[in-house]
Design a protein around this ligand. Sequence first.
Ligand SMILES: N[C@@H](CCC(=O)N[C@@H](CS)C(=O)NCC(=O)O)C(=O)O
Length: 261
Amino acid sequence: MIELYHNNISVCSQRVRLVLEEKGLAYTSRPVGLASGEQLTPAFRKINPRSLVPVIVHDGHIIVESMVICEYLDEVFAEPALKPADPIGRATMRVWAKLPDDILHAACATVSFAVAFGRQLKEKAGAGLEDHLARMPDPARRERQRLAIEKGVETSFFRDHIKAYDKTLADMETQLQKTAWLAGDAYSLADIAIFPYIERLNRLGLFGMWENRPGVTRWLANLKARPAYKPAVADFAPMDFNDLGDPGLKDWPRIKELIAS
Ligand SMILES: N[C@@H](CCC(=O)N[C@@H](CS)C(=O)NCC(=O)O)C(=O)O
């Protein structure tokens, strides 16, 4: 039996749900409300002391870290394989898969909080915002979130993070001009690792970032056409920030300037 602790809009949760759906695996859903701070409660900390989703519990074993979970599921449930058959393909896949841990995940948090989540969290937490932040166990993450909420796109590190996103899209375009998927001609964990981060930009209304990148546009469409997309991602919409309606569009002119600077 697989239990999945996850959140509807969390990028890392989307990765794991995509793998589960690609493999046709049934799971028991344990939703965790991130905006209401459920990940910060003692009950959740017993499952993951780092207060982060996703987590799976498989046959009594707790497994954390989305890419570790994805690789684990791919090993235990071999079909259909989500790793390239050749070592070079697998090395390429792992380089893409580690990009979020290197920079893209922090960039995603900055952009999401600066553009949309910050306002949403402020409204939801009200006077409890400081307490919510104080309970986050990772001090660096906490301070980045605090600044992104306070200063939005004018946060000092917003420029570096949006540029990291732009560089990722440029590298993707180069690769996708050569192959159908990121690690070659077969769909793999590389695509699953990166897709939620691009989908997030889309949901934030920042789709202008790939308007001149036909390879990325085609890749995104191909990914959304896969049967796993609906149950793993689309069915979890409406997302928490839907009520804000393409919030990034109002910031887009300034974001474009920052990317070009
Ligand atoms: N490296 C971790 C990152 C997990 C992570 O950052 N999860 C986010 C959602 S995508 C979270 O739980 N955030 C809660 C918080 O920051 O309070 C992974 O890949 O699983």
